[in-house]
Ligand binder design. Structure first.
Ligand code: S3P
Length: 446
């Protein structure tokens, strides 16, 4: 089990790029595989999670070349797949399992989806229920709708579905299944979640219709093959954005990052907390805006994160909790019960780790109350096998007195394999002789 050692290095000045967006990378592969021809995907995130989706598509008969880590050539087969010879292993990836379920629900064969220990604890009834209503037979072998899933696909009928939880994964599974159902499938969410599936379907000339919180799709459409470039992942940038925002005199520029409004809620939160940022959209010709974010640090103050804002910042809540611990006053995170069913119980993991570092935090059923401004102390903390917990606490370590050990960090390969390289540069610069805390050598990836 590998660990990280992190030392204090609070001021960040520099320029970075971050690897491709995880959510968009999964979708690009799936929709290219459903398309009517060859698609070149650039900027693909070659992380463990996204490679699970690639391997799943290969197991279902799709030819995919991977000439460089971030380039894929996918040969779509017009929504047709062949039966897998073995179980499909989704590893740690909830996105793979849930989105793939939508496609497999419509295939005329049986498939079995398995996952690692963390994925095997995650709820799947949220995708099983609507897909069964559409006509698929799905059996969850685990307790209370948990994986493995056995899917007997078949002819689907369109449905009108009101989602009980805001989940882009569930919405996407239904929309992908809807592509196989004759007629109009409509899914309505309680609160807007990320809309990458809708955007990429539009770019591939399938035309989902958006009406407030409802999205409809007409079935029996095949995505039109085309090339696609994945922007950098704002959820990966989030770690560096908070590291910069929380320290006066920091100034960080993140280039070529996705700026989809359903994902950039973290910027609004950081502004409320006192940071300054500017954002420049440089391109949005493929439906996904991309550009640069410049963030300047300031003494942060506490804030409330709740309600409709939650789905937009759901993956950023661990690092925003760290921002809260570094801010003056109280930060409240509420309405975020979904955090308990992510790669770990993130509410419990954040609370335990922050306490180990001397932070003042109370756990609630659906969130956290953090009284910030208490100096953090280096400590041994665990990732709990969860990539975002590992990275959030590595950033906390940059602000703590003494050394922080983050245990069990292999999980970071699921979303951000290069994270530690960047972090190490920061720590190395700091542990060198100049006592100025200035970090200026964050690597730039082109
Ligand atoms: C994702 C959606 C979110 C997010 C996850 C990726 C996606 O999950 O937490 O990391 O790619 O659709 P939910 O849709 O279940 O909230």
């Amino acid at each position: 089990m590998a660990n990280w050692k992190v030392k204090r290095a609070p001021v960040i000045q520099g320029e970075i790029t971050v690897p491709g967006d995880k959510s968009i990378s999964h979708r690009a592969v799936l929709i290219a595989a459903m398309s009517n021809g060859e698609c070149v995907i650039n900027g693909f995130l070659a992380s463990e999670d996204c490679m699970r989706t690639v391997d799943a598509m290969r197991a279902l008969g799709i030819e995919i070349e991977n000439p460089e880590p971030s380039t894929l050539i996918v040969r779509g087969r017009k929504r047709r797949f062949t039966a897998p010879l073995a179980d499909i292993d989704c590893g740690n990836s909830g996105t793979t399992m849930r989105l793939l379920s939508g496609i497999l629900a419509a295939q005329p064969f049986r498939s079995r989806l398995v996952g690692d220990a963390s994925l095997s604890r995650r709820p799947m009834n949220r995708v099983i229920d609507p897909l069964v209503e559409m006509g698929a037979a799905i059996h969850a072998e685990g307790d209370k709708g948990r994986p493995p899933l056995v899917i007997e696909g078949g002819k689907l009928r369109p449905i009108q579905y009101f989602m009980p939880v805001a989940s882009a994964q569930v919405k996407s599974a239904i929309l992908l299944a809807g592509l196989y159902a004759k007629g109009k499938t409509t899914v309505t969410e309680p609160v807007q979640s990320r809309d990458h599936t809708e955007q990429i379907l539009r770019y591939f000339l399938v035309h989902p219709q958006q009406d407030d919180l409802s999205v409809s799709i007409f079935g029996e459409q095949t995505p039109e093959s085309r090339d696609f470039t994945v922007p950098g992942d704002v959820s990966s940038a989030a770690f560096w954005l908070v590291a910069a925002a929380a320290q006066p005199h920091s100034d960080l520029l993140v280039r070529n990052v996705g700026l989809n409004k359903t994902r950039t809620g973290i910027l609004a939160v950081l502004v409320r907390m006192g940071a300054h940022y500017s954002e420049i959209i440089e391109e949005s010709d493929q439906g996904e805006p991309r550009g640069s974010i410049e963030i300047k640090g300031a003494p942060l103050k506490g804030t409330e994160i709740r309600g409709k804002e939650i789905p937009n910042v759901i993956d950023e809540l661990p690092i925003l909790a760290i921002a809260g611990a570094l801010a003056r006053g109280k930060t409240t995170i509420a309405d975020a019960g979904e955090l308990r069913v992510k790669e770990s119980d993130r509410i419990a993991a954040i609370a335990k780790n922050l306490r180990a570092m001397g932070g003042n935090v109370a756990e609630t059923e659906d969130g956290l109350e953090i009284t910030g401004g208490v100096p953090l102390q280096g400590a041994r903390v665990s990732s709990y096998g969860d990539h975002r917990i590992a990275m959030a606490f590595a950033i906390a370590g940059l602000f703590a007195e003494g050394e922080t050990i983050v245990e069990d960090i292999d999980c970071v390969a699921t979303s951000y394999p290069e994270f530690y390289q960047t972090l190490e540069k920061l720590s190395q610069v700091h542990s060198g002789p100049p006592p100025t805390h200035v970090i200026s050598s964050i690597p730039v990836r082109h």
